[in-house]
Design a protein around this ligand. Structure first.
Ligand SMILES: Nc1ncnc2c1ncn2[C@@H]1O[C@H](COP(=O)(O)OP(=O)(O)OP(=O)(O)O)[C@@H](O)[C@H]1O
Ligand SMILES: [Mg+2]
Length: 353
């Protein structure tokens, strides 16, 4: 920047008289014009009229008999032009950001569309599977009625009869729901003792736990009150959470299933000693078809948590996970004790975009 103000009318005056304290690069620039005979154009910030202005400074050689006789200096105030340039640059940056935002939105909509397509395909597949399972299941159900009648109450395994029947009925209901995936009938909402169902689900998962050398512990508070919810749906949520916990537990690990009541809500927890859920995927674990279990052995469908969340929200509850560093994962489900008011509402449908 040239430190001197521009005089009122510099035209025709000797530059070095007008600006006695010019910085050293200025005479050097004139020397260059004298030596080369070529016009030199620079931009300078010069204080003029009480403010800093940007000038285009043109040093034009004037030739006499083939030699540079004088150098004429033309100052052209380009401040406004520069301000405009800056504004245009800012607008184009804003425009670029807007385009990026819109592209991101389009990508998101495309992703959701792909998910919807997958859901529709899964619906068709589920209906086919349901159809295939339905017939043998009817056979099992009929045959079991005969066995049930043949096992006397005094038999040491008699209590399994009720358990097996309950599970057969549950499978039948799930199959029925699969016929119209994501549009199944709402489950019957009635009063039941949650501690009993939790113990039963845990007992049913015992063999899978043993296969994986994992212990399962039920830590249910005493005198848990009866709740007015859907037992089948809650069992389904617990089943999915415990299954996930088993799948991530190290051999020798322990899974704790807890239940307690807190201010008109029932709090269910399933805690494991697995590796926890990496922070960067935590926001997506409830998305349909999101799975990290891609191995060929037992690949996941990525539906367990999505279905569990749909159920919990249908019952007006919440589900979330906590992963304190190095301490595994705890899923916490909070449900109202009474869910009467939703009894006649249809099951939540797949998200529509
Ligand atoms: N307890 C857990 N510990 C660590 N990661 C978990 C846990 N539970 C769920 N996840 C992560 O969340 C993903 C989604 O779980 P979700 O139950 O929906 O699907 P999945 O278990 O992969 O397949 P599916 O349940 O359909 O067989 C899992 O693939 C896994 O990455
Ligand atoms: Mg799962």
């Amino acid at each position: 920047m040239i430190p001197h103000g521009l005089p009122e009318n510099p035209t025709g005056k000797n530059l070095f008289d007008t600006f006695p304290n010019l910085p050293p690069f200025v005479p050097e620039e004139y020397r260059r014009v004298f030596d080369t005979g070529k016009t030199l154009v620079t931009e300078e910030i010069i204080a003029a009229g009480g403010r800093d202005c940007i000038f285009e400074v043109r040093k034009i050689p004037i030739l006499l008999a083939g030699k540079v006789h004088r150098v004429m200096t033309v100052f052209h105030d380009i401040t406004e032009h520069k301000i405009m340039e800056k504004q245009i640059r800012r607008y184009s940056e804003q425009l670029e950001q807007e385009v990026l935002r819109r592209m991101e939105r389009i990508r998101e909509l495309e992703r959701r569309q792909r998910e919807d397509e997958k859901l529709a395909a899964a619906g068709r597949m589920a209906a086919r599977i349901a159809h295939e399972i339905n017939n043998p299941l009817a056979g099992i159900k009929n045959a079991f009625q005969l066995i049930k009648g043949a096992v006397p109450e005094s038999h040491p395994y008699f209590h399994y009869v009720g358990l097996i029947e309950k599970e057969i009925n549950r499978i039948a209901r799930i199959i029925q729901q699969m016929f119209g995936l994501y549009r199944p009938e709402p489950e019957m909402i009635r009063e039941f003792r949650p501690d009993q169902s939790i113990r039963e689900v845990a007992a049913l998962m015992e063999t899978t736990c043993q296969d994986s050398r994992v212990a399962i512990r039920v830590a249910v508070a005493d005198a848990l009150p009866a709740v007015h919810l859907s037992e089948g749906l809650i069992r389904q949520v617990l089943f999915n959470l415990i299954k996930n916990a088993i799948e991530v537990s190290p051999p020798g690990g322990e899974i704790t299933v807890g239940a307690k009541t807190e201010a008109q809500t029932m709090v269910l927890t399933v805690a494991d000693q697995g590796p926890g859920i990496p922070e960067d995927i935590r926001a997506r674990i409830f998305d349909p078809f999101f799975t990290t279990k891609t191995g060929s052995n037992a690949p996941g469908l990525g539906l367990g948590l999505y279905i569990s969340k749909s159920i919990v929200e249908f019952l007006r509850g919440t589900i979330e996970c906590h992963c304190p560093p190095g301490k595994g994962t705890t899923f916490r489900v909070v449900l109202p004790l009474i869910a009467k008011e939703r009894e006649n509402e249809p099951w939540p449908k797949a998200e529509e975009s």
